[in-house]
Design a protein around this ligand. Sequence first.
Ligand code: ZN
Ligand code: ZN
Length: 67
Amino acid sequence: MDTVEDGAPGSATGSHCTSCGSVSCIGCRRTLDPPRFCPNCGRRLTVTVTPGGYRARCRDHGELTAG
Ligand SMILES: [Zn+2]
Ligand SMILES: [Zn+2]
């Protein structure tokens, strides 16, 4: 059961929680935590820790800007 479709095409930008990937999240994201899910599609991100912080990369949307 992993189907989360709201039937609202074109309104996916930044609608997913970057911490849990849910579209109906009330805000569990902590400021210090790196994003784990793409805000655009809710897909799990590939997070790479760098000396300056981290890089989060979505398979579909590419690298996301930190912050
Ligand atoms: Zn969340
Ligand atoms: Zn994405």
